[in-house]
Design a protein around this ligand. Structure first.
Ligand code: PTJ
Length: 235
């Protein structure tokens, strides 16, 4: 990986791009487009965690603390950008990690599982023996001892169809998505509108401190985020 100079004003952004390029064997090409969309929304947030996002992170912390069988679902972008942050959250919360891909190939699942192994996590996903009902995409394939039997699923950088299908299965769905208007953001129970690598450490800290928020309204939170963006634009 070619590291950007640390004093570059866009260091974090350049580093994220390098990480995606470095793992390009296992990141979907479409994932690069998704990342660009995320970057654009992050500009509107001022590349910082806004107060409504902080409430959502606390609500997510409560959900993970109360969960009996939580699972963190990871795709190519998530592993490339945040394998370590996912590993820490998994260790602190006791959540299993499952590789679940939209553009699924056996090679990508195996490669991403290996990348999680390097950070100490035995991720599920290779032996997918279960299906999420109502999905015709490859994302339906999941593990019965992972997403299949989970009560709470954290699905960062998700596509709307699966989010909806997981909600229909009766699971509590937490997502991380910089786009507050996406179908995923609108469908999940708890939407953290924040950048993945910025909010995961906060979420892990809150879970560790048993710091949560029980009363949370996702629709109101999304409205608050949109108002925050609008105020930033108008000022
Ligand atoms: O690895 P695969 O095959 O499972 O494919 C993964 C992608 C990301 C290609 C797939 O899930 C996809 O197409 O996702 P979408 O529908 O483009 O949604 C991704 C969402 O994540 C978009 O709304 C982006 O704004 C948002 N996003 C992108 N990068 C980040 C992000 N949100 C938080 N942090 C980011 N770094």
């Amino acid at each position: 990986m070619v590291l950007p100079p640390k004093d570059h004003p866009r260091y974090k952004s350049l580093l994220a791009r390098e990480k995606l390029v470095d793992a390009s064997e296992f990141v979907a090409k479409q994932g690069l487009i998704a990342h660009g969309r995320g970057e654009a929304f992050d500009y509107l947030l001022g590349e910082q965690t806004c107060l409504p996002a902080l409430s959502a992170i606390k609500a997510a912390s409560s959900a993970l603390i109360e969960a009996k069988n939580p699972v963190i679902s990871v795709n190519g972008n998530v592993v490339a950008l945040a394998a370590r942050e996912v590993a820490r959250l998994s260790e602190i919360s006791g959540a299993k990690v499952e590789v679940n891909l939209f553009h699924r190939t056996p090679e990508r699942v195996a490669g991403l599982t290996k990348m999680m192994k390097k950070v100490g996590i035995d991720a599920l996903g290779v032996n997918a023996d279960d299906k999420i009902p109502g999905l015709s995409s490859e994302r339906a394939k999941c593990c019965s001892d992972g997403i299949g039997s989970a009560d709470v699923v954290l699905v960062p950088l998700e596509d709307g169809d699966r989010c909806e299908a997981l909600v229909k299965m009766g699971k509590k769905v937490i997502t991380i998505d910089l786009n507050p208007l996406s179908r995923t953001a609108q469908t999940a129970h708890i939407t953290i509108v924040d950048e993945l690598t910025r909010c995961l450490p906060l979420l892990s800290d809150f879970v560790k401190e048993k710091n949560g928020l029980d009363s949370f309204n996702n629709k109101q939170c999304l409205t608050d985020v949109l108002n925050y963006m609008a105020e930033r634009i108008s000022s």
